[in-house]
Design a protein around this ligand. Sequence first.
Ligand code: MN
Length: 260
Amino acid sequence: MRILLTNDDGPFAPGIGAMRKTLADLGAVTVVCPVSERSGAGHSITYMQPVRPHSVRLADGEQVTVLTGTPADCVKFAVLELMDEAPDLVVSGPNIGINAGVDVFYSGTVAAALEAGFYGLRAAAFSCSRRNLEDMEHVALQVRRVLELLLETPEEHARVVNVNVPRLGPESPPIRFTRQSVVFPRGTYTPWEDGHGRVHYWLDSTRRAGPPEDDSDVAALEDGGISVTPLRLDLTAEKALHHLQSAAGPEPEPESIKKR
Ligand code: MN
């Protein structure tokens, strides 16, 4: 199995070594990630300027490819240019920090998995609680556990998934299949004055907005479970579309044509 590993935290991301090791048991791993941290990049791509790949040797002697682009660029470039054959599996992360609920839209980690989905590839985004920072080996074990479960599932039911790992204790948390919460934390800005007397604003969007939906990713994480949310690439609001199509009836003739 050919595996593409990427992230939005760059080549020195905590846990990248542990991930490479755990994925190496499943197949041949190619690492392509942004040259520096691109958290919050969402699904942006680089197209008004070129991207440049180069090799970096990490402390453990492993060589990885870094790209002057976003996480979505990394998947695009790996699939279209770098890899001889398309990967069988694309793994993004594990991101340091949870990407559940509407954060899915801002996340570079999730965008990399969605980008792989555009190419029809199987992909999984992994994010974990910051509190696991000292225990990324354990996070990698949980990633492996979830991947093994997903690889047993027919591809059409788990093509692109978003996985979040809560703060880990000594035991493995239960795996929950969830929907993406749409409870929206409005966020706040905290003003901060620099040495020149200029005021800047830091965005804090971590505060919770209200109780999460019962079977949602956010609820599962609050219960201490690992959330696994299958994602789709089509954002169309199906019910609204049906309503609009049936309520609207046939399109009326434009005035300008009637007058002729
Ligand atoms: Mn990140």
